[in-house]
Design a protein around this ligand. Structure first.
Ligand code: MLC
Ligand code: AMP
Length: 452
């Protein structure tokens, strides 16, 4: 997986740069070996996944040692953090980038061993740990390198969080496998993307929509080789503005924590707004449509799939059809003429995508109900021009402000799971089974002032 650390691309002083600090492959390898020596033999280990060289060294160390790394969101509140540490059984380690263990001699690692455990939200309950093997990650990165003509000639630029597939698997391990230089900008700001002078750029749609709102920053990307968007649907107007301002069409690709990236546009291929391309080599897809319909659930199989949810064989089994295809929960259509896939929505409204983050309504509802002044809560994602969807919380509560409720969720879970808007209601409408009727909330309730 860590081809660049074997020296085949040579060394370079500026191989990896994160938030302004730079390391060579040799320095990175030394720090990764120190991590591997520390964690060798453990079932798993956790790191606070700040945007830093330490996180890069931790993930590389995990691969060397064959011990899965659990990247903790740095802003995870106590509820989320305790759950992840308890559920994974991972001990939290501190990485010291300056530490050296050149004497560490390595260990035998099997391709099927888990390399990462990424926590991701379902519609209900706390997040589940997704086991990703080295083999699945390597298969995905190799397929993407082919699709995007991604090589050691590239400089990859992004500023995405290092605790999800997009920023960590593609954005860090992808660079270490292909040998492309990596510039992580700390945060995905248009100005920082413009200054980085890369050839290959990654962003979620919110980042691209902020880039086109900053025309000089967008113009600075004209010389790049490839702009890639993923993690949520890229609005067609943003696609067109990117083309107008940079002279190039963005490549869209589709994926999930459980499947890695499975469908993508190709460098030099036909790229149309609203489509996410065709399956990567080794991936098979199908749309489970009702008779007579052309859209339905997207299901897939292939070498990039996860090894299961940690400690949840039932949840793992429920994610597959009887004939062994993974159920994405996304509703899709496949163009008969050219096989291009369109993602048209999600089967469940209880999975929200906000700023490219996947957020389960149930997890936010549980956090809200932990507030002593909140007696009922229902959470929905409503369309938002910047975030794709924004989290709106409907609550039955007295003696508490919207700002206090927002701050409470931000402190208990991760900051990005906080409601952007809190609406106070007299009651949450429910059906005969007691399940909230969220569609009624959206049509009936008056809007309140948005919270930050
Ligand atoms: C505001 N803040 C608060 C707060 N209100 N903090 C605590 N409590 C409150 N009540 C502040 C924080 O201090 C922080 O400040 C800032 O708000 C962070 O908020 P945010 O919500 O993160 O900022 P925002 O600008 O809305 O973020 C947009 C974004 C972000 C695009 C930068 O959403 C993002 O990074 N998205 C990427 C998600 C991603 O990588 N998904 C991939 C999943 S993998 P400060 O000072 O810290 O800024 C996947 C597979 C695939 O999907 O296909 O790729
Ligand atoms: P996550 O598990 O955080 O990786 O989120 C996966 C989900 O993100 C998928 O199930 C899709 O709903 C969504 N997603 C990812 N990429 C795209 C894309 N290019 N277009 C539309 N939705 C996407």
């Amino acid at each position: 997986m860590l081809t660049a650390l074997t020296g085949v691309y040579g060394d370079r002083a500026d191989a990896v740069s994160v938030g302004g600090r730079t390391a060579s492959y040799e320095e990175l390898l030394a720090a990764a070996r120190a991590v591997a020596a520390e964690v060798a033999g453990a079932p798993a280990f956790a790191v606070t996944a700040t945007a830093s060289l330490e996180t890069v060294a931790a993930v590389a160390g995990a691969v060397l040692a064959g011990v899965p790394c659990v990247p903790l969101p740095p802003d995870a509140g106590p509820a989320e953090r305790d759950h992840i540490l308890r559920d994974s059984g991972a001990a939290l380690i501190e990485v010291d980038f300056a530490r050296r263990r050149p004497d560490w001699s390595g260990t035998a690692v099997a391709p099927g061993d888990p390399a990462l455990i990424l926590y991701t939200s379902g519609t209900t309950g706390p997040p589940k740990g997704v086991l990703l093997s080295g083999a699945a990650i390597a298969a995905d990165l190799d397929a993407l390198a082919g699709a995007w003509q991604w090589s050691a000639e590239d400089t990859l630029v992004h500023g995405l969080p290092l605790f999800h597939v997009h920023g960590l698997v593609l954005g860090v391990l992808g660079a270490l496998r292909t040998g492309s230089r990596l510039v992580h900008t700390g945060r995905p700001d248009p100005g920082a993307y413009a200054r980085a002078g890369g050839s290959l750029y990654f962003g979620v749609p919110t980042v691209w929509s902020r880039v086109v709102a900053d025309p000089p920053a967008a113009a600075a990307l004209s010389g790049a080789r490839l702009l890639v968007s993923g993690s949520a649907a890229l609005p067609a107007p943003v696609f067109r503005e990117l083309e107008r301002l940079t002279g190039q069409r963005p490549v869209e690709r589709y994926g999930m924590t459980e499947t890695l990236i499975t469908v993508s546009g190709r460098a030099g291929g036909a790229l149309r707004p609203g489509t996410v391309g065709t399956p990567l080599p080794g991936i098979r897809t199908r749309v489970a449509a009702e008779p007579g319909a052309t859209i339905g659930e997207l299901q897939l199989t292939g070498a990039t799939l996860f090894s299961g949810y940690l400690g949840s064989p039932e949840a793992t089994a429920a994610a597959y059809t009887a004939d062994g295809w993974f159920r994405t929960g996304d509703i899709a259509a496949i163009d008969e003429a050219d096989g291009a896939h369109r993602i048209v929505g999600r089967a469940s409204t209880d999975l929200i995508k906000s700023g490219g983050y996947r957020i389960g309504a149930g997890e936010v509802e549980n956090a809200l109900l932990d507030h002593p002044k909140v007696s009922e809560a229902a959470v929905v994602g409503v369309p938002d021009p910047d975030l794709g969807q924004r989290i709106v919380a409907f609550v039955v509560a007295e003696g508490v402000t919207a700002e206090e409720i927002t701050a409470f969720v931000a402190a208990h879970l991760s900051v990005h799971k906080r409601p952007r808007e809190v609406r106070f209601v007299a009651s949450v409408p429910r059906n005969a089974m007691g399940k909230p009727q969220k569609n009624l909330l959206l049509t009936d309730a008056p809007a309140r002032r948005p919270a930050r």
